[in-house]
Design a protein around this ligand. Structure first.
Ligand code: 13P
Ligand code: SF4
Length: 330
């Protein structure tokens, strides 16, 4: 970010933030003073990733939240991720820099409609992707993330039918990988559905040596062009550890920061969306800023709270996911 952009951003917080403060120093001071931990998803802006205590994908963040000794969790991610941290830490304070940081995928699955859908398929085990609200988690048997979805599906006996929600693209991909027929909820992520198959094909022609790496939230037509498909952490590991020099990266652009940091000699080409906007930036993730992180740590608000009646039912399938992941060494 340029100096002028920074000054411009600061103006939004006129009167709330002393302009002479160095917010990186202040955030580090508040972490110590309040015994707070700053957890950030890979889709956060680079400056947030650089000041976080832990950066990870949805599974890594849930595992960190489960084991943290901090008194306060500051979640630089979206609402369902902070909710997950709260479910795992009912007695700790969990704050999020911007309460409006939602998720199109979580929004695509309202609890009443999902309950009716579930009732139409009695006897099915419900596996829900972690990108859903606490109310949906409470209606589920096991939670999964893109890192452990195959193991979670395989944990269900072969003769038991499965509902997979809310991401139909991930569900379709996992169904193909495991050979399990699943009833899919019709939800999707606005960021991963925007990639243009045609532009990816053009890029492949332009960079014939480049490996195409994609997140399983993308549509099948896009995934069909991928050399490797994986969760955010899976993509990072593949891109940095495999002996290839260039990659067309088909996921949210935030991950490129860690790829470039880990392998500065390699080339990472962000896959283009199907129009001219910066749509491979998640608008929800990008609501968080350093200024908002500072203010939420200082004021300990906005705080994440979950209705009491959802706490236990939503925690149970989440714990099951963490057990399966631990058994699988994930
Ligand atoms: P992972 O963190 O599991 O890769 O999921 C990506 C995502 O869309 C998070 O919102
Ligand atoms: Fe939700 Fe997609 Fe944004 Fe992830 S990238 S938070 S799934 S809208």
């Amino acid at each position: 970010m340029t100096h002028f952009e920074q000054v411009d951003k600061r103006r939004l917080f006129d009167g709330m933030i002393d302009p002479s403060l160095d917010l990186f120093t202040e955030i580090n001071r508040l972490k110590k003073e309040k015994n707070a931990v700053l957890l950030a998803h890979y889709y956060q802006d680079a400056d947030i990733q650089d000041i976080a205590d832990y950066i990870g994908d949805s599974l890594g963040l849930a595992q960190q939240a489960e084991k943290t000794q901090a008194d306060m969790i500051v979640f630089a991610g979206v609402h369902f991720m902070a909710e997950t941290a709260k479910l795992l830490n009912p007695n700790k304070k969990v704050v999020i820099p911007d309460l409006a940081a939602g998720c199109s995928l979580a929004d695509s699955c309202p609890p009443d409609a999902f309950k009716a859908f579930k009732d139409l398929h009695p006897g099915h085990v419900v596996i829900s992707y972690i990108n859903c609200t606490a109310a949906i988690k409470a209606l589920s048997d096991i939670i999964c993330t893109s890192s452990n979805a195959i193991k979670v599906v395989e944990s269900v006996p072969a003769n038991v039918p499965i509902i997979f929600a809310p991401d139909k693209n991930l569900g379709r991909y996992i169904s193909k990988q495991t050979g399990r027929d699943m009833v899919l909820w019709d939800g999707s992520c606005m960021v991963h559905e925007i990639f243009s198959e045609q532009k990816i094909v053009q890029l492949k022609a332009q960079y014939p040596q480049a490996k195409v790496i994609a997140h399983p939230e993308c549509e099948t037509a896009v995934l069909n062009h991928a050399d490797f498909i994986g969760s955010t952490t899976g993509l990072l590991k593949y891109a940095t550890k495999q002996p290839y020099e260039s990659f067309i990266v088909v996921t949210e652009s935030g991950i490129l920061h860690q790829m470039q940091k880990a392998a500065p000699q390699k080339q990472f080409i962000p896959a283009p969306p199907n129009n001219n906007c910066a749509c491979n930036d998640c608008p929800h993730m990008k609501l968080n800023t350093i200024e908002k992180i500072y203010l939420c740590m200082l004021n300990e608000t906005p705080e994440i709270n979950i209705p009491a009646h959802l706490m236990q039912p939503a925690l149970k399938p989440l714990k099951r996911m963490l057990e399966i992941s631990a058994q699988a060494g994930l």
